[in-house]
Design a protein around this ligand. Structure first.
Ligand code: SAM
Length: 250
C-alpha cells in the first residue's frame, strides 16, 4: 500500500505539509532538541521540523524503503532509517513524533508505549477519517453507494479506534504520559478542478486508491461520475481536512 512515494505525494502527501506546520505550533517545542519522526514516509513532517523547530537533529523512521528513498532525496538535512513504531530499539530522542501513522499500526497501544519509552515529549496526529477529512469522506460515501462492500474498507469506522479525541487521549494516558492535551487541526484542501481531486485516487497508493484499483472499470467510472455530480462543476473544489493531535510528556 505504501511503496509508491510519488503517488502518495499527489494523493494525500501534499496535504501532510500544512497539517505538519499546525502540529508543530501545537507541540511548541523549544530549539535545540533531538527529534525522532516515526512513520516519516516521504518526509513531510521531518522537513517541517527542520524548517520550523530549529532542531539539534532529526531522524526519520519508516518500514517502507520506497518512501525512505524519496525522503532521503527530498530532505537532505535529516537521517532516515528503516524501523517500526512498535519496536524502536535503542533509539532515544527529546521529542518523538508521528504524523498520520497510528491508524495504520495494528497495535497502536504498543506504539504509544514505545514513543513514551524513547521520548521525553511525545506527540502525534491522525486524520479524522470519520468525518473531518473531507476528500476521503466524500470518496468513501460515493464508493459505498456504488459498491456496498466498500463499507468494509471505509477508513472512518476502521480507524475510529484511534482517529478521535477520546481514543487518542486514552492511548497517551495509558502509555503513562502526563499533561496530555488533544486538539483539532484543520487545514484547507483546495483542488484546482475535478481532475486534480480525482486523478490521485487512480495511483493505487493509500487505502482508498488501493481499494479503487480492485474495482472493474465500470464501477470505478461510476464512483468517479457520482463524485463529479456531488462536487462543484466549475472552479476550484474547496474542502477542508481535520486531524486530531495529541501531546504529552514523560
Ligand atoms: C499516511 S503516511 C504518513 C507519512 C508522513 N508521516 C506524513 O506525514 O506524510 C503513513 C506512514 O506510516 C508508515 N507506517 C505504517 N505502518 C507503520 C509502522 N508499524 N511503524 C512505523 N511506520 C508505519 C507508512 O509506511 C507510511 O509512511
Amino acid at each position: 500500500m505504501w511503496d509508491l512515494g510519488e503517488a502518495y505525494e499527489s494523493y494525500v502527501g501534499r496535504w501532510s505539509r500544512p497539517v505538519a506546520v499546525e502540529f508543530l505550533r501545537f507541540l511548541d517545542v523549544p530549539p535545540g532538541r533531538t527529534w525522532l519522526d516515526v512513520g516519516c514516509g516521504t518526509g513531510a513532517l521531518t522537513e517541517t521540523v527542520l524548517a520550523h523547530a530549529e532542531p539539534a537533529s532529526v531522524t526519520g523512521v519508516d518500514p517502507s524503503s520506497g518512501f525512505l528513498e524519496l525522503a532521503r532525496q527530498r530532505v537532505p538535512g535529516a537521517s532516515f532509517e528503516v524501523g517500526d513504531a512498535t519496536d524502536l530499539g535503542a533509539r532515544e530522542a527529546d521529542v518523538v513524533i508521528s504524523g498520520l501513522v497510528l491508524s495504520f499500526v495494528p497495535d497502536a497501544s504498543r506504539a504509544a508505549a514505545e514513543f513514551a519509552r524513547v521520548g521525553k515529549c511525545v506527540g502525534s496526529y491522525v486524520w479524522d477519517y470519520t468525518n473531518g477529512m473531507q476528500m476521503m469522506r466524500l470518496f468513501w460515501d460515493a464508493a459505498i453507494d456504488v459498491d456496498p462492500a466498500a463499507a468494509s474498507h471505509d477508513e472512518g469506522p476502521k480507524f475510529a479506534r484511534v482517529c478521535l479525541p477520546g481514543p487518542l487521549r486514552s492511548l497517551w494516558t495509558d502509555a503513562g504520559l502526563r499533561d496530555v492535551e488533544v486538539a483539532g487541526l484543520v487545514v484547507p484542501t483546495v483542488f484546482r478542478d475535478f481532475d486534480d481531486y480525482w486523478t490521485p485516487f487512480l495511483g493505487r497508493t493509500g487505502a482508498a486508491p488501493a481499494y479503487l484499483a480492485t474495482l472493474p472499470d465500470e464501477q470505478r467510472d461510476a464512483v468517479r461520475d457520482l463524485l463529479r455530480s456531488r462536487l462543484p462543476a466549475h472552479g476550484p473544489i474547496e474542502l477542508t481536512a481535520r486531524a486530531w493531535a495529541v501531546r504529552g510528556s514523560r
